[in-house]
Write a protein that binds this ligand. Sequence first.
Ligand code: ADP
Ligand code: GLC
Length: 493
Amino acid sequence: MRLLQVSAEIYPLLKTGGLADIAGALPAALATAGCDARVLLPGFPAIRDGLRDGQPIGQFSLPWGETVRVLRGTLPAVPGAEGSPVHAYVLDAPGLYDRPGNPYEDAQRRPYADNHRRFAALGWGAAHLARGLDAAWTPELVHGHDWHAGLAAACLKFTAGRPVPVVFTVHNLAYQGLFSADVLGELGLPVSAFQVEGLEFHGQISYMKAGLYYADRITTVSPTYAREIQTPEQGFGLDGLLRARRNELGGILNAVDAAVWNPATDALITRHYAADQPAGKSRCKAALQEEAGLAVRKGAPLFTVVSRLAEQKGLNLVLAGIDSLVQGGGQLLVLGSGDHALESAFAHAAQRHAGSVALRVGYDEAFAHRIFAGSDVTLVPSRFEPCGLTQMYGLLYGSLPLVRAVGGLADTVVDADLATLDDGTATGIVFASFSEADYRHAVRRALALYRQPRAWARVRQTGMQQDFSWTQAARHYRAVYLAALQIPSRASS
Ligand code: ADP
Ligand code: GLC
C-alpha cells in the first residue's frame, strides 16, 4: 500500500511539538506493518538542508502563479533506528518557506501573513503527487496531519482524476488555520467549496475544517479525545461536523519511538537504567539537580515540566501550587518556551525559591531527555490534551506522571489509589477537575506516595514496563487506510 504522509514538521529535522515526533516515527512503523509510506514536507530551511540526496523530480504551479520545485530524497536516520531510510518529498519554494526561526510565526510571534499560501502549497503538493507528479511513485492514499495539511483533501476532491482517498488526523483541534474569505480566490478551489457543507467556518476559511469535511476518514491521537471533540466543550465549534462524521472518526493512541526514548539506550542521558535495573536513575537525578542549579538532595522529590508554555498545558495550576510543593519538600524544574507571561511568572518563582525551583527558557531536545531521566514526577495538568507525549516519556523513564484526566492523559496513566496500588496497576497520579484545589491535592498525594519508597518503586516499575510501542498503532492506522480504500482488512492482510 503506497501512502503519502503530509506534515509540516518531522523529527529529527524540525520540531515545535509532538506532531514532529509522530510524523518522524510513523513512516518506519508503517513500513513494519507492510505499508510503503513516504512523506511530503514544506521546504523550511531545516528540512531542505537536512534532506539527503535531494533531486528535483518535477514542479507545479500554484494558483497565484508561483512555481514550486519538488525534491525527492531521504530523511536522516534517527541514531539507533532500524530499517531503510524514509523517502521524502520536499517543496522547494524559498519565497514561501525560507524564513528563520519558527515555521509558523515571525519573531514577534505573529502568524505569517501568507500562511494561507504556505500551506495551500502543501495541499496542492499532495494533490499533484497523488495525480502522478513523480512517475516513479504515486500514492494510493494521502494521510494529512493537522490543519497545515487540511487543504490536501479539498485539492484532491476538486481536481480531475480517479478518487484518491484521504485520511486526516487531528493532533490538535485548537489550531485551525483560519483565514479571511478574501483569499479564497488565491487557493484555486471553486467558490462552491466556501459553504457550510465545505471549508467555510463562521465566514472564514478553515483549513482544519477542509480536512475534516473532505477527508474520507478522520482520526485523532487518542480514543478519549475522539469522544471529547464531539462535545461543544471541546469541539472548538466543529463538534457538530464531528458528530455528523462519527462513523468515520476514531482515536488511535500515539506511540513512542523506542529508538529515541528508551532509558536503557538513550545516548543523551547521564547513566542508563531500566525497569529491572533502576540504579542509574539516581545518578541522572543528581546530575540534573546540579545542572539546573537546584540543591542536590537525593530525598527531595523532583517535579518537572517539559512543555510549550501555552494556555492548553494548564501551567497556571503549576504556578499556583509552587508554594505548597516547595513547603512539602519538593523541587520543581521547568523547561519551556512560549507565553511570555508564563515565562516571567516561573522566572519570578525561581527567584523566590532559589535552589528549589528552576526555569530554563528555550527549546532543548537533549536537556529534555536528561530531565525525564532525572525527574521523579512529570507534571502535565492540561486543560485539554489530544494525546500528550511527555507523560508517556515520563512513564518510560520512571518519572511518575501527574496528569489531569483529559484526552490522551486519561488513556495512558492509571491513578494510584488504594485499589490500583493493591493490584499493581497504578502508574501515576490523576486528578479530575481543572482547579487549583484538585491540582494541589494531587501534588500532596504525590508527596505522600514518595514518602513510601516501596510503593513508589512499584508504581515506577509498572510505569516503566508500559508498552507504548508503535506496533499496535501502526496496525490500527493500516486498518483505517484499508477502510478508506474500501478494502476488507481480512482479504488483504
Ligand atoms: P504538544 O505537541 O502539545 O506540544 P506533546 O506532549 O504531544 O505536546 O509533545 C511535546 C513534545 O515536545 C515532546 O517531545 C516534548 O519533549 C517536546 N518539548 C516540548 N517543549 C520542549 C522544550 N522546551 N524543549 C525540548 N523539548 C520540548
Ligand atoms: C498535538 C497535541 C498533543 C499530541 C501531539 C502529537 O500537539 O497537543 O497532545 O500529543 O499533537 O499527536
